[in-house]
Every structure is written in C-alpha cells, then in structure tokens.
Design a protein around this ligand. Structure first.
Ligand SMILES: [Zn+2]
Length: 426
C-alpha cells in the first residue's frame, strides 16, 4: 500500500459525500432558533457524541448566567479535542449552532433538511450548519487517513452567535478556551463562499440619541419646545456633515460588498411624541422627547473614540447654536474592528489550499458585519483567526436557505489541506 498523502484525505472526503449530506441534514433538524435558544443541548450533544466515537475528548460548557441562559434554554456549548501523535500546534474549527428565526416565504420545511438539485435546504443550512458539517468531515478524514498528525484538532459548536455570542464564544474565550497555548489557529466556517478567505470585519457602535423638549398644547407650540424638531436638526446635520464625511473614507480592509468599504451608519429607528398603538385621535401635544437609534459601522482606520467624538461634536455644535437644544446619548453596543494578517499562518495556508483544491486564486475579504472573530481576537488575544466556509453569504437569514453539496465537499478538502499545513509547517 502506498503511503498516505494529502490526496488520500481528499479521496476520503469525496467518498464520504453521503455522510456529509446526512450530517448536515441531521444538524438542520435541530431547530436551534435564537432567540430563545431552542434545542441547543441536544444539538451540542449530537456533535459531542459523534466526535467522542472518533476518539475526541468532549466537554460541554454552559454559558451560565449569560443573556437568555435558563434551565429551559441552557446555553450549551460543545468543545471536542483530539490529540495527535506528538506535541504541536492546535487548529480549532469554531461554528455557531444557533440559527435565526424562520420568517415567512419558505417553500420547503425549514427544519426538514430537504435535498434537491445538489443542495441541502433548511434554516441554518448556509449559516452555518453546512460549514460545521464540512469541518467535522475534514478533521475525521485527516484522522482516518493514516497521515502522521502532530498537534491537536478541536471542533466547537457554540451558541448565541446571532445575538452577540456572549453565552458562546465570548463566554469560552473569557475562560481560556480560545487562547494560546491551548489553541493556535482558528477557522470559523461561516458562509463566505468556498473560494474566499475572510480575514476580519468592521467595527460597530450602536447608540441611542435622545433630544429633549418641553410639553405644551399643540395649538400653542411656541409655549413648548419640540423634541421632534430638534431631532430634525440632528438629521439635517447628519445629512450635511456626517454622511458626506463617512462616504469620503475608504478602508484598506477588503470589505465586501464594495459599498461597505466605507464608513456607514444606519438609523435603525426614530420615536418621538406620543406612543402609537391606540385607536382614536391623538391629543394635541408638543413632543418632549425623541429617540433615535444609530448603527454606525466603522473602519479599522478609525478609532471608536473618533467615531463617537464625531457624532458628539455635531450634537454639541447644535447645542451651542440652536436655542433650547438639549440631548443625551447612550452607548448600546460596541465591537472593535478585527483583521487578521493575510500573510499569517491560517490565512495564507487556507489561500494556498484553495489554490490546491479549486485551482484558483483565493480572494481575501472582510465582512461588513461582525461575527465571533471579535471575541477570539479581543478576549482570547488570538490573532490567527479567519472565517472560511461553504455557502453564499447573501442566502444567510433568507427563506429557502440552502448550501451546495459540491461547495461543502470542496470546502472540507480546503479545510483538511490547510489544517495539515498548519500542523506540519514546523
Ligand atoms: Zn453565521
């Protein structure tokens, strides 16, 4: 018999396509909807049981006390580790097991795992149970190939990524599960497409801005002070000053799609005046409060202090110029931008593996939104982390979500080739 090679591993993966499909379908059938965090434990245990049979040491860690954690909805994470023949680096594949709500417009059972036309359908097929299944197949094939493997392999299935990851990767990172020396390289099989390596994401700042007014009779608005008109002035200042300034900034981060290569800000909501939701006519009143939620996405070239300062300067400017203008601003959520070195071990070996498996040059990208890399970077202090996995990003969170079987097979091969390189690069 010939000595095993990386081709042996790829052939094994090809031969196990049915197993890959079956595993993906099984994972989709756990309705791990977040919120509330349904079926986390059985899904984690399913992954753990499978890997235990392959010689992994399996641990379950509940994100005790994290948002949403309760006995009815425990935040159960699974971490499985396989030790190689001799000491060496550890390659970790981290996938979130939670999925977003189903929503309307489905033509297939969202938790049926239907297979047709070379695709597996279901909520989470693309984001990201297909990627999780591919990573499991990749490490199993490596182990079974007979290739000498130094170091260690880890697979985790973690919760709550869709709601910030606090009971999942953040909780584990705070307890050392995503730090050296335990782990050296992390691949997150999020659906960034089979030929792209995602090296990071932009930053996030959510805040609530409230303008203050004074209530009065609506027939004599001059006796009050309209918080809605003050908020109108905020909007005007954003339009004339903030938006043009943000649009002019371009990032060196390879953010996709192209429109997200600049600073952006969405105004998520504005609420002013009387509450809605009653029948009949409203009473005539001048609004004494108006609130706006902003979702500012910023670039690695900007600091959070600058981003906040820019908005505050506009508000302070209005306070100086505009009679009666008073405001409050409250921070709601912050994430620093994160970007791994594209020449670093995990990004470069994955790009090389894409070339080997697919015969094409990998594209390096950054994500417009954030994902669990932020916790691995900031809390775990582990920089060598990327997202790489099968699936078309645009399909995430959509009705009739699917993942392509050929993409899963190819990405499993890329993961296996990259992992082999990372374990043996000296
Ligand atoms: Zn995801």
């Amino acid at each position: 018999m010939n000595a095993p090679t990386i081709q042996t591993v790829m052939d094994l993966i090809d031969g196990r396509t049915d197993d890959l499909i079956a595993l993906t379908r099984d994972l989709i059938r756990f309705p791990t909807v977040n919120p509330p965090g349904e079926a986390y434990r059985p899904c984690a245990e399913y992954i753990g049981e499978r890997l235990k049979r392959r010689g992994f040491t399996v641990e379950y860690v509940r994100g005790e006390g994290s948002p949403g954690d309760s006995d009815a909805y425990p935040r159960t994470n699974v971490i499985a580790r396989w030790e190689g023949s001799e000491p060496g680096p550890c390659v970790h594949f981290n996938s979130h097991i939670d999925v977003v709500e189903v929503g309307a417009g489905w033509t297939v059972d969202p938790f049926g795992g239907e297979v047709k036309d070379g695709r597996v359908y279901g909520r989470g097929a693309c984001d990201m149970k297909g990627g999780l299944a591919a990573s499991i197949l990749a490490v199993e094939a490596l182990i079974d190939s007979g290739l000498p493997l130094p170091g260690a392999l880890e697979i985790s299935g973690t919760v709550d990524e869709e709601s910030g990851g606090y009971g999942g990767v953040a909780y584990l990172a705070e307890r050392g599960w995503f730090s050296e020396p335990r782990v050296n390289h992390v691949i997150i099989p999020e659906p960034l497409n089979v030929d792209r390596v995602c090296i990071g994401h932009r930053g996030v700042w959510w805040a609530e801005i409230e303008t203050k007014g004074r209530i009065a009779h609506g027939s004599m608005p001059f006796l009050g002070d309209s918080a809605i008109r003050h908020m109108g002035a905020v909007m005007e200042a954003f339009e004339s000053r903030l938006y043009p300034a943000m649009t002019a900034r371009r990032s060196d981060m390879p953010v996709v799609p192209e429109g997200a290569r600049q600073s952006t800000m969405n105004i998520n909501s504005i609420h002013g005046g009387q509450a809605e939701g009653f029948d009949g006519l409203p009473a005539p009143c001048v609004a004494d409060s108006t609130r706006m939620i902003i979702d500012r996405r910023f670039l690695i070239e900007e600091t959070l202090d600058e981003v906040k300062g820019e908005v505050k300067a506009i508000l302070d400017g209005l306070a100086a110029q505009r009679h009666g203008f008073r405001y409050e601003i409250r921070d709601l959520f912050e994430v620093a931008p994160s970007m791994a070195d594209r020449d670093g071990p995990v990004a470069s070996t994955t790009a090389a593996a894409i070339q080997t498996v697919l015969g094409k040059r990998a594209q390096f990208v950054c994500s417009p939104g954030t994902y669990d890399q932020k916790h691995i970077d900031r809390i775990g202090k582990l920089k060598d982390c990327i997202a790489y996995g099968p699936g078309v990003l645009d399909l995430a969170h959509q009705p009739d979500e699917w993942v392509g079987i050929a993409d899963m097979v190819n990405s499993a091969k890329v993961m296996a080739v990259s992992t082999m390189d990372l374990l043996t690069r000296g």
